[in-house]
Ligand binder design. Structure first.
Ligand SMILES: [Zn+2]
Length: 207
């Protein structure tokens, strides 16, 4: 897909109405046979973190989503040459690797140089709380239930389906994201169980 056909990279999203930034994805390595035909230096523009180009690989989108979401809400990766970027590998055997960057309003890559004081992981303390319970949960989660999370460590015995939807928020908060539309910018209160939406969680960074 050398450097992308127009129909893949134009994103046909110039018309979308979004308060969120555009993102740029660049293929930086190909290590296996990908039936999408991605090649090194292929570039993709996402209209925002919810808006990938046409025919974009969903496997890649799944791995990319937490990163795109985190960058969109101000996360920084202090170990990267550009803190406003991160690499993402194809989850299917690592067939390709991509660099994810944030774009400003003029479609220039946002750049903050590597943090010279960065000293490895700095896991944040976070809390998951049930803030709405409208139906039956097979794990019997109920209003007011709380769990403590440290960095990206899973909670023993926690519902995997709930963890799956909570992970992007945990990942974003762990790397400093702030949710500007929330009263408390250190939290997000719309993390919803995919099975009927019976349980809605609020996730808060405590430090
Ligand atoms: Zn495709």
């Amino acid at each position: 897909m050398k450097n992308c056909k127009d129909e893949y990279c134009k994103a046909n999203c110039a018309d979308i109405n979004t308060p969120f930034p555009r993102l740029k994805l660049t293929c930086i390595g190909v290590y296996g046979e990908c039936y999408h035909g991605y090649e090194v230096n292929d570039e993709f523009i996402l209209g925002d973190f919810t808006h990938p180009p046409k025919h974009f690989c969903l496997g890649l989108a799944h791995a990319l989503f937490p990163v795109a979401y985190a960058l969109s809400f101000g996360a920084r990766f202090g170990f990267m040459d550009n803190q406003k970027s991160l690499k993402v590998t194809c989850p299917d055997g690592g067939k390709a690797e991509f660099l994810v960057e944030l774009l400003d309003k003029n479609d220039k890559v946002k750049f903050i140089p590597k943090d010279p004081n960065h000293k490895g992981p700095n896991p944040k303390n976070m809390e998951i709380e049930v803030v709405k319970a409208k139906g039956k949960c097979s794990y019997k989660y109920k209003l007011g239930d709380k769990w403590q999370v440290k960095g990206l460590k899973c909670i023993d015995g926690f519902c995997g389906a709930a963890w799956h939807v909570a992970f992007p928020a945990l990942f974003a908060l762990n790397f400093g994201a702030k949710f500007f539309f929330m009263k408390d910018h250190n939290s997000i209160d719309t993390v919803t169980c995919p099975d009927g939406g019976n349980i809605i969680f609020k996730i808060t960074r405590k430090d």
